[in-house]
Design a binder for this molecule. Structure first.
Ligand SMILES: [Zn+2]
Length: 409
């Protein structure tokens, strides 16, 4: 029986079983689509002791992260979000030339570049070599490493502890959660602050965002569970921001538990209460999620079948990890979606894992004039509908699959 990533209790309760799926960031070349492709169970559990929602680990992280196709800088709204964070946190913590900021999962330097521009000393820690190289090329000091207690000790030896340890969308991807949070505890200067952003489990469940579940995301956090995990490592959450990013995220603020200089804020108390009334501390709440997901699959297929029967053509927009979970779970291949497009040149000319839908550059949409564009990164739908407003010239319409199938003329 699998054991909980955090508390080691046996996992006995299924949240949703999404069947067999390939690694969602393994975009295939033309040669690779003729070979065997590994599929792994995508089975989500909830721990009856600590309520951590998690995917059993089938693949070692080295296999996932050595070459990673996700470059944060290809989304304009994500860049704007991180730029605003850089300004806010610099002011809030009075960061300057004497400070030290370490970002965990720093990707291509999308955030730290803004702090570098302010003259604040930074270091990025990024496990994917190709992505780390992109950060270094834009002047963001970065080491290629998985983060944990050992890496934290080395960093302290090199340059001391950090005033700010931050990370966005990294906590879910950590295979050894206790080693990771334990490393943060070591790396944090007395009086320092930790900020971590992650998709909010409460929103994932309420808004049916099951496609954000994939093998690369081991854990899915409520505020209450995150608080429990940080507390086990001597860190207290004293504030929280609710963010619109990735369908609804939390940014938690932590400090050393002994550091009473910052009291625990009212937003923390209020969010804990809301999670309790949403039933996140009861197993029945998690059990009800599966039926909602099954119904979404039926509705999406019904829509696509109807459109194809009328002889209309559908293209995809985007090749995000979440799209691959959705398409594989629903069994949607080129029989429904002819191709998809993505701004990331790494993905262009490749094929989606499992479904083998080809990925082109966005110009393909203007050339082929499809009747419908299925927006796979639905969290960016407003930005994408603006960029592709021209499809209305030929009567093209947008389709957003999550939280429910919706057509935008
Ligand atoms: Zn547990």
């Amino acid at each position: 029986m699998p054991a909980c990533l955090f508390c080691s209790a046996p996992l006995r309760h299924t949240v949703i079983d999404l069947g067999m799926s390939p690694l969602c960031e393994s975009y295939l070349t033309r040669e690779q689509i003729n070979r065997m492709e590994p599929f792994y169970p995508l089975h989500v559990w909830v721990c009856e002791q600590c309520f951590l929602v998690q995917v059993e680990e089938y693949v070692r992280p080295e296999g996932i992260f050595t070459e990673y196709a996700y470059f944060s800088s290809y989304s304009d709204s994500w860049l704007a979000h991180m730029r605003a964070f850089a300004d806010m946190i610099t002011a809030r913590l009075a960061l300057g030339a004497e400070s030290k900021v370490v970002e965990l999962g720093s990707n291509d330097g999308y955030l730290l570049q803004y702090l570098v521009a302010k003259g604040i000393p930074v270091l990025g820690v990024e496990p994917a070599r190709n992505v780390a190289q992109a950060a270094i090329a834009r002047g963001v000091p970065t080491i290629t490493r998985l983060f944990g207690r050992q890496t934290a000790r080395e960093l302290i030896g090199d340059g001391g502890q950090a005033d700010l340890v931050c990370g966005a969308n990294v906590l879910a991807q950590v295979p050894d959660l206790n080693d990771f949070v334990g490393g943060i505890k070591l790396l944090l200067k007395p009086g320092g602050v930790v900020t971590v952003e992650f998709p909010h489990l409460m929103r994932l469940m309420a808004e049916n965002q099951f496609d954000t579940i994939y093998h690369e995301h081991f854990s899915y956090f409520s505020f209450t569970t995150a608080e429990r995990i940080f507390a086990a490592h001597g860190l207290s959450l004293f504030d929280v921001d609710e963010l619109p990013t990735h369908g609804g995220s939390l940014r938690i603020y932590a400090r050393h538990a002994w550091d009473a200089s910052t009291p625990v804020g009212e937003r923390v108390t209020r969010l804990r209460a809301r999670e309790e009334s949403a039933g996140l501390d009861r197993l029945e709440t998690y059990a009800a999620f599966a039926e909602q997901v099954h119904e979404t699959k039926r509705r999406l297929l019904e829509f696509l079948i109807g459109v194809r029967r009328r002889g209309k053509r559908i293209a995809g927009y985007g090749a995000p990890g979440k799209g691959n979970t959705l398409l594989n779970y629903c069994g949607i291949r080129t029989d429904f979606v002819e191709y998809t497009v993505d701004r990331n040149p790494y993905k262009q000319g490749r094929f989606l894992p499992g479904t083998h839908i080809p990925i082109h550059s966005p110009e393909k949409i203007g050339q082929t004039r499809p009747d419908y564009v299925l927006i796979l990164p639905w969290n960016l739908k407003d930005e994408i509908m603006d960029q592709l407003a021209y499809i209305r010239d030929w009567g093209g319409q947008f389709v957003v699959p999550i939280p429910d199938v919706k057509v935008y003329p």
